[in-house]
Design a protein around this ligand. Structure first.
Ligand SMILES: NC(=O)c1ccc[n+]([C@@H]2O[C@H](COP(=O)([O-])OP(=O)(O)OC[C@H]3O[C@@H](n4cnc5c(N)ncnc54)[C@H](OP(=O)(O)O)[C@@H]3O)[C@@H](O)[C@H]2O)c1
Length: 731
C-alpha cells in the first residue's frame, strides 16, 4: 500500500459511465438501405418512411445510399457483414452508416449476453472518425424500445453512441479514476499464460510482473526461437544490417526482410525469457499460434503436467493492418479479428477448468474511441472488453480486466507512428510506466472488491484537455463515504473535492508537482443520490489555465456549481515547512467516543481522531489516523483524505470551543500536499488565526510519526451554524 506523493504519475486511468445526451437539435438521415434483422428492418423502414426518409429494405449495401444495419442475434460473421456493408455503402456527406444493436440499452458496457456483437460498436466509432461528414451512429436499444423510437432518434443530431431505454437517451463518457497500487495475488507457485508475452509491450509487462511476484510464465508466440542464427548475422542488430548480412544471390528483398525479422523476433523473445529468469521468476516459451485452439490446448496440458494448474491468463497477442474501411480487405479484417477473438476463445477454452486468479485482455483505447484505419482492431477489442465483463460474472473471485491501452512507446507503435501521435498532441505510454500500471491493475483491491473490469490507461489525449473530466462517487469507488452521512444520505467531504482537483491538475501536467489546491470555495454541498447504484457523476471544468496552474470548477452533470478552486503546479516538489512548536493548552473535555457520539456526525470509517491532545484559545492538537491506519484503500491519491478530514474535524472542534456552537467549513485558502507520511499516527496541529463571533480561521499541519509536516490545510474557514443545525447532532 503506497500513498502517492505529489509526484507525476504520467498515466490517466478511466472507465465508462452512461450520461444523458443533451438535446442537440435535428439532423436529417439521408437515403438509406435498411438491412439485417428481418422484423426490425421491416418496421424501421416503415417508420423512417413515415418520417419522410428515403428508406428501402434490402440485403446488400450499395454505393448509392447509406446503410442502416439492424444487428440480428449473430456471431463473428454478423460483424464482418457490417464491416463489408460499411465498405460498400455511400459514406460521403450524403451518406450514412447506422447500426442498431440490442445490447441492453447500455452498449453491454456492464455485461451482455453476446459480447461478439459489441464488435459493431468499435466498427461504427471508427467509421465515424473516418467519414466525419456522413451520418454515423450506433443506437443500442433496451428490450421494449421499438422501431418508432429508433426512427425518431435517426431524426436527431447526437453523439455517435446513443443508448435508448424507455424514454431515456444516453451516451457513454469516460470517468477518470485514481490508479491502484500494490502487488497482485501471484507468487512463485503460480503459472501465468501470456499470449504475445515474449515480445513488444506485453513482454515489458511480463518482466515487471516477474520482478514483483517471481511467478512462472508460459509465453506464447508464433516465432521460433530455437533456430540457430547463421554466424554471419552475429554482429548485425538492426533490420538493414541483418538484411545485408543475410543477402545471397537470388534472394528477394521481401524474403530478406522476413528472415531478418524472424531473427529479431527470436532475439527479442529469448531476451524476455532471460529477463524473467533474472528477476527470480521462470519463463518457458511455447511456439504456438494462439488462434489454433487444439495446439493451445495441447501446450497447456503439457504445462499443467509439469507445473500444475494455470492461475493466470493474459491475452496480449495482436496484429494490425491499418487501412480505412473503404480500402480494407476481408483478409486484413480477418487477420486482425481472429488473432484477438479466436485467440481469446482458445485461451478461455483451454483454461475453463483452471483456478484462475487473474485474467487480463490487452485491449485498446481504439475500442473506446474508434481509430483511423483500425475498424477491425477497434471492433475486436470491444469484444474483449465485453467478454471481460462476462468472464468476471462467471469467475467472481478472479481479477478480470480488459485494459484499453493508449499508444505506447514501443511494440506495434513504430517510430513513424510515434511521431504521428506526437504531432497530434497524443502522449505515449512509457514502457516502464505502462508495465507498472499493468501490474497495479491486477491488484486484488480493484477487483473483485468492485473495481471496473474495463479500463482505459494512457497518456492524456489532446482533445481530452479541454473537455470536462468526469469523477464518480459510488460505494465501489469510495466505500468509506457511507460513514460521511447527513440525514441518511452520503455527502461528499471537502477533502474528496480537493483530491479530485489535485488529480485533475496532475493528469493535465503529469511532469509537474501539485504545490497547492488554493482558494477552495464550497458553494453547494454535494449529497449523493445514487451512491449504492451506478454512482453520482460530477464534472471538473478547467475554467482557466496559467503557467503556474489551473482554475477549476466542480459541477453536477446538469450544471450545478458545487466547488471552485485553483491548483498551483510547479516543476519541483513543494518543500515542507518545519513542524510548529508545541503550545501549552488545556485538556479537552471529551474523549473520541464522546466526540463522535455528541459533537461530530462522522460514522466509524471517518472517526479518525484517536485522541485529543488539547484545545486552547489559539491552538488545538489531536492524534489522528491517516488513510493507512484508517484502513482506506489508497488508490493513487495525492492527498491523505483521512488525516485531511481529521484536520477539518479538529478545526470544527476548536471552532466550537471558540464560537460556543457548531460550525461547518466554508472555505480553505490552501491545501498543500508535501509527500508520503511515515507509517503510524499523525499529529494534527491547529493554529488559530481569527475568530469573530460567527467565523473562525485556522491553519492545520499534519505531521507524520517521523516528525515531518507532510500536508497543511491553511486558512480553514468555518462559519457558525444556527443552533440545532449541525448535521445529526446537538448543535
Ligand atoms: N503498442 C501499443 O501502443 C498498443 C496500444 C494498445 C493496445 N496494444 C495491445 O497490446 C498488445 C501487444 O501489442 P504490441 O504493441 O506489443 O504488439 P507487437 O509488438 O506487434 O507484439 C505482438 C505480439 O503478439 C504475438 N502474436 C501475434 N499474433 C500471434 C498469434 N497468432 N499467436 C501467438 N502470438 C501472436 C507476437 O508474437 P509472434 O510474432 O512471435 O507471434 C508478439 O509477441 C496487443 O494486443 C495490442 O493490441 C498495444
Amino acid at each position: 500500500m503506497k500513498l502517492e506523493p505529489a509526484i507525476g504519475a504520467a498515466l490517466c486511468r478511466m472507465d465508462v459511465a452512461l450520461v444523458p445526451v443533451p438535446d442537440t437539435g435535428a439532423r436529417r438521415l439521408p437515403a438509406v438501405l435498411v438491412m439485417g434483422d428481418a422484423a426490425l428492418r421491416h418496421a424501421l423502414t416503415r417508420d423512417l418512411k413515415k418520417a419522410g426518409v428515403d428508406a428501402i429494405e434490402g440485403e446488400a449495401a450499395t454505393a448509392d445510399r447509406g446503410v442502416v444495419f439492424c444487428a440480428p442475434a449473430g456471431d463473428d460473421a454478423t460483424v464482418r457483414l457490417a464491416f463489408q456493408s460499411a465498405r460498400a455503402a455511400k459514406l460521403d456527406k450524403d451518406g450514412a452508416f447506422v447500426v442498431v444493436t440490442q445490447l441492453g440499452g447500455d452498449f453491454g458496457a456492464f455485461g451482455c449476453e453476446n459480447p461478439i456483437l459489441a464488435g459493431l460498436l468499435g466498427l461504427t466509432k471508427t467509421v465515424a472518425l473516418e467519414q466525419p461528414e456522413a451520418f454515423v451512429r450506433v443506437i443500442d436499444t433496451a428490450a421494449g424500445v421499438g422501431s418508432e423510437a429508433i426512427a425518431a432518434e435517426l431524426g436527431r443530431a447526437g453523439p455517435v453512441e446513443v443508448a435508448l431505454t424507455g424514454g431515456e437517451r444516453r451516451t457513454l463518457a469516460s470517468v477518470n479514476l485514481p490508479s491502484p497500487h500494490g502487488n497482485p495475488d501471484l507468487g512463485p507457485a503460480d503459472v501465468v499464460v501470456v499470449s504475445g508475452g515474449a515480445r513488444g509491450v506485453t513482454a515489458a509487462c511480463v518482466i515487471e510482473l516477474a520482478a514483483r511476484t517471481q511467478t512462472r510464465f508460459v509465453l506464447l508466440g508464433r516465432s521460433r526461437i530455437d533456430v540457430p542464427e547463421p554466424p554471419e548475422t552475429n554482429a548485425a542488430t538492426t533490420e538493414p544490417q541483418l538484411m545485408r548480412a543475410l543477402a545471397k544471390p537470388g534472394m528477394t528483398p521481401p524474403e530478406l526482410k522476413r528472415q531478418a525479422n524472424n531473427i529479431l523476433a527470436a532475439r527479442e523473445a529469448r531476451a524476455t525469457v532471460a529477463a524473467v529468469e533474472a528477476t527470480g521468476g521462470h519463463a518457458r516459451y511455447v511456439p504456438v499460434d494462439v488462434c489454433n485452439a487444439a495446439a493451445v490446448g495441447a501446450a497447456l496440458d503439457e504445462v499443467r503436467r509439469e507445473w500444475g494448474p494455470i492461475t493466470g491468463v493474459v491475452h496480449g497477442a495482436g496484429v494490425i493492418h491499418d487501412r480505412r474501411v473503404k480500402d480494407k480487405t476481408d483478409a486484413q479484417w480477418d487477420a486482425v479479428w481472429t488473432t484477438k477473438i479466436d485467440g481469446m476463445r482458445a485461451l478461455l477454452d483451454a483454461t475453463a477448468n483452471d483456478p484462475l486468479k487473474v485474467l487480463c485482455f490487452f485491449s485498446s483505447v481504439a475500442a473506446r474511441a474508434g481509430n483511423f484505419g483500425q475498424a477491425d482492431y477497434a471492433a475486436a477489442n470491444e469484444v474483449l472488453n465485453r467478454t471481460a465483463a462476462a468472464e468476471q460474472a462467471k469467475r467472481p473471485a478472479c481479477v478480470v480486466k480488459a485494459i484499453g491501452w493508449g499508444p505506447w512507446e514501443g511494440g506495434m507503435v513504430t517510430p513513424a507512428l510515434a511521431a504521428a501521435f506526437h504531432s497530434r498532441g497524443i502522449a505515449l505510454i512509457p514502457l516502464l510506466a505502462g508495465a507498472r500500471a499493468f501490474v497495479d491493475e491486477l491488484v486484488n483491491g480493484g477487483n473483485p472488491g468492485g473495481g471496473p473490469t474495463e479500463v482505459v490507461i494512457g497518456g492524456l489525449l489532446a482533445g481530452d484537455k479541454a473537455a470536462p473530466s468526469l469523477r464518480r462517487a459510488s460505494s465501489r469507488d469510495y466505500p468509506f463515504l457511507r460513514d460521511h452521512t447527513v440525514a441518511d444520505a452520503p455527502v461528499v467531504p471537502v477533502v474528496l473535492a480537493l483530491e479530485w482537483f489535485a488529480q485533475r491538475a496532475r493528469e493535465l501536467r503529469p511532469a509537474e508537482f501539485v504545490q497547492a489546491v488554493e482558494k477552495v470555495n464550497v458553494l453547494k454541498g454535494i449529497t449523493l443520490t445514487d451512491f449504492d447504484g451506478a454512482g453520482d457523476l460530477f464534472a471538473i471544468h478547467t475554467v482557466a489555465e496559467r503557467a503556474d496552474g489551473f482554475s477549476f470548477e466542480l459541477r453536477g452533470l446538469r450544471g450545478a456549481l458545487h466547488y471552485r478552486a485553483e491548483v498551483r503546479m510547479g516543476a519541483k516538489p513543494p518543500s515542507a515547512p518545519r513542524a510548529p512548536s508545541a503550545v501549552a493548552m488545556g485538556a479537552y473535555a471529551h474523549d473520541p467516543a464522546a466526540i463522535y457520539a455528541r459533537l461530530l456526525f462522522h460514522g466509524p470509517d471517518f472517526q479518525v481522531i484517536r485522541r485529543m491532545v488539547g484545545v486552547g484559545d489559539d491552538a488545538a492538537e489531536a492524534e489522528l489516523n491517516g488513510i493507512r491506519e484508517q484502513g482506506w484503500t489508497p488508490n493513487g491519491w495525492i492527498t491523505d483524505m483521512a488525516a485531511g478530514d481529521g484536520g477539518l474535524q479538529l478545526a470544527v472542534l476548536w471552532s466550537r470551543a471558540a464560537l460556543g456552537g457548531a460550525s461547518l467549513p466554508t472555505g480553505i485558502e490552501a491545501m498543500r500536499p508535501y509527500g508520503v507520511p511515515a507509517a503510524g499516527p499523525v499529529r494534527g496541529v491547529l493554529t488559530g488565526r481569527k475568530r469573530d463571533g460567527k467565523r473562525t480561521l485556522s491553519d492545520v499541519a499534519l505531521i507524520d510519526s517521523a516528525g515531518r509536516v507532510y500536508a497543511e490545510l491553511l486558512g480553514v474557514e468555518l462559519h457558525k451554524l444556527p443552533a440545532g443545525e449541525y448535521p445529526g447532532k446537538s448543535g
